[in-house]
Design a protein around this ligand. Structure first.
Ligand code: GLA
Length: 350
């Protein structure tokens, strides 16, 4: 008899704290109600056969467990998952998987991590290997970094496994301490996809990470988090451009996360909005990971009355989040999308 198992995992937004995770910094994701679902069924050989009706290429793929070879497509995340499991001697074999997603893929909303986690949950049940949440985070991350070659941090995996739709999850990446912060009933967020994903997203991302490592070498420190208590000007003077701008983003962004925690506690939506907009400017001008389309969406959101908006996720395309008064996000998004062709409202959070 063939066994069957289903796994599901949500995507995420990140309220604030972008490109801080791999610098031992602070992040504040919120899980989406949208996600990836993987339905699996055992086979009597060692072949993994994947199919999806999502708008990706290829629509189906096969490979053998233990003989995974990268091809640069989304299938590499599945290959990364099964390769890691078989390298670690988990007793897995072949299976069929049907992948469905109501989360837009490649829109900066954590779809790669959600796919790997949904697959791990299904496979864990299918082969009775009882992976716990910690192992799921670790293996999904390994599939992304070691196999698919994006040197991503842990934000997406932690957000997908531990995040909730109505709470922000404050994570300090230095020790992975987590604290939930309820979203006040006064506001909501429109999540708007720009419809554009740049080819160089992975190489651009990896380049930023190298620049942060370069900056650490220049300064003789282990991670940019070690700079928290030092005067910013004195640090930046010691760094050649563009490393000074990259470091300014990371340090000021950690400060904005702390300020956002205070603004949430005080239900000060205007202040939270200022912080989101300041984060966007910093990602645009100092970290240089925004795009003209994301900048335009943020400007349109501000012009439509949003107290603050910013790009979300790794950048080089993807989505924005725009703050709105509770009940107003749909109208706000409609006004933004009147003037921006090719985008769409993905979700309203919470
Ligand atoms: C991507 C990565 C995360 C994080 C964000 C930027 O989503 O997967 O680890 O670095 O970009 O904050």
């Amino acid at each position: 008899m063939r066994r069957r198992a289903i796994g599901h995992a949500p995507g995420r937004i990140n309220l604030i704290g972008e490109h801080t995770d791999y610098n031992d910094g602070m992040v504040m994701p919120v899980a989406l109600r949208l996600g990836v679902t993987v339905k699996t069924r055992t086979r009597d050989d060692r072949i993994v056969h994947l199919t999806t009706d999502a708008a990706v290429s290829p629509r189906d793929a096969s490979y053998e467990v233990g003989n995974e070879r990268k091809d640069g497509t989304w299938v590499d995340r599945a290959r990364g998952v099964t390769a890691t499991l078989s390298n670690e001697d988990f007793p897995i074999a072949g299976f069929d998987a049907v992948i469905g997603s109501d989360l837009p893929l490649g829109a900066g909303l954590g779809s790669s991590a959600a796919f790997a986690i949904a697959l791990l949950r299904a496979v864990s049940e299918l082969f009775d290997i009882a992976l716990d949440d910690k192992a799921i985070v670790r293996i999904a991350h390994a599939a992304e970094t070691e196999f698919a070659g994006a040197r991503a941090g842990l934000l997406d995996q932690l957000a997908s496994v531990y995040g909730r739709p109505s709470e922000a999850l404050l994570i300090d990446m230095r020790d992975q301490q987590m604290r939930t912060i309820p979203l006040p009933p006064t506001f909501e967020l429109a999540v708007i996809d720009s419809g554009i994903r740049h080819e160089h997203a992975t190489s651009g991302y990896n380049r930023r990470r190298e620049e942060c490592e370069d900056a650490c070498r220049h300064l003789g420190i282990g991670s940019l988090r070690d700079l928290d208590e030092r005067p910013l000007d004195m640090i930046l003077e010691r760094l050649p451009p563009p490393l000074d701008r990259r470091v300014r983003h990371v340090i000021t962004e950690n400060g904005r996360v702390r300020d956002a925690v205070r603004a949430l506690g005080a239900r000060d939506d205007a202040r939270l909005g200022e912080l989101l907009s300041a984060s966007h400017r910093s990602l645009r001008d100092d970290y240089e990971v925004s795009t003209p389309e994301l900048d335009r969406l943020v400007e349109l959101a501000r012009a439509a009355g949003s107290p603050g908006a910013r790009m979300v996720g790794g950048g080089f395309g993807g989505s924005i989040i725009a703050l709105a008064r509770r009940g107003d996000a749909k109208d706000l998004a409609a006004r933004v999308l009147e003037d921006y062709r090719g985008g769409h409202l993905v979700a309203v959070v919470p």
